[in-house]
Write a protein that binds this ligand. Structure first.
Ligand code: SF4
Length: 290
């Protein structure tokens, strides 16, 4: 198997076979993201990706249960090519239980309703989508390239197609002043998009990003642990759809894991217990160090 540029995968794909289908990210403008800034986006030739899949079949045989196609927005591949790839993967690995890509809402929507149904029929089963926020002002400020309405429509079309949506939100992406609005707007989008998973990340300004410059110049104030936990509390309190909330990431102050609505009370109690701790007992800020 050949790999080029940064290879990122969600923690939930830790046991997955990784076969690179694209290099970089076609959007590459989010102000908080440094992953692919030095990498030019391209789609690998289908024949090359298939060679890598076949090599993986020779190496791992029938042991592969889950497969993830990096990189940043593999959903940006043309529908026909991505569908062909999924079909080939399903033929090579008949015991595959999950086939996943990263995909931002604007690229999900480019496939149209029918295209997403074609991808589902070909075996694509889950998309990890960085919603980040449901607040249009925040989305525009961080240059996400998608609106809340697009997130919502992407969720609706994926649900119709039968592709599982794993939606990511970044806590305190609006800073302290916009925290409550960001939380409630994000809850509204999640309630409408109805993802199977809501995955929480906490904003950590990364090295070489425009957002880090905003922090260092004083144009953006970061939130402390209690403000972050309060935002998580507001968000979880406002989620009305059955979904799994997971904070499976090192950036978070608290490991929240539960199914809504059943686990809401426990999750809120866990947050309240954390809020009772002094702020200096949480991890220190790591700003621009990674
Ligand atoms: S769409 Fe995703 S990978 Fe691309 S720049 Fe934004 S956060 Fe980074």
């Amino acid at each position: 198997m050949r790999y080029e540029g940064p290879i990122y995968r969600p923690p939930s794909e830790a046991d997955s076979l990784l076969i690179q289908a694209t290099v970089g990210c076609p959007h590459n403008r989010c102000t908080f993201c440094m992953v692919y800034k030095q990498t030019r986006f391209r789609i690998r030739p289908l024949a090359e990706i298939i060679e890598d899949l076949e090599e993986a079949r020779r190496q791992f045989g029938d042991r592969v249960r889950t497969l993830f196609f990096p990189a940043g927005n593999t959903i940006a591949m043309p529908t026909r090519d991505l569908a062909a790839l999924c079909r080939h993967a399903r033929e090579l690995f008949p015991r595959l239980q999950r086939l996943t890509v990263y995909g931002s809402s604007q690229y999900i929507l480019r496939h149209g309703r029918e295209g997403l149904q074609e991808l589902a029929a070909a075996g694509l089963s889950r998309i990890h989508a960085g919603f980040e926020s449901g607040d249009d002002e925040v989305l525009a400020r961080v240059k996400k390239g998608a609106t809340a309405a697009q997130h919502l429509q992407a969720g609706e079309w994926l649900r119709e197609a039968g592709i599982e949506l794993s939606a990511y939100l970044i806590l305190v992406l609006a800073g302290p002043a916009g925290s409550r609005r960001h939380a409630l707007a994000s809850a509204r989008v999640i309630n409408a998009a109805r993802p199977a998973f809501v995955r929480l990340r906490t904003l950590v300004p990364k090295i070489n990003t425009p957002l880090l410059e905003e922090v260092l110049s004083g144009r953006f104030r970061l939130c402390g642990p209690h403000e972050i936990l309060l935002e998580a509390r507001t968000l979880i309190g406002a989620l009305e759809v059955p979904t799994q909330v997971v904070s499976d990431h090192y950036t978070n102050y608290l490991d929240l894991h539960g199914r809504l609505p059943d686990d809401r009370k426990r999750l809120l109690q866990e947050i309240d217990a954390a809020l009772a701790r002094p702020e200096d007992t949480f991890r220190p800020f790591f700003i621009g160090t990674q």
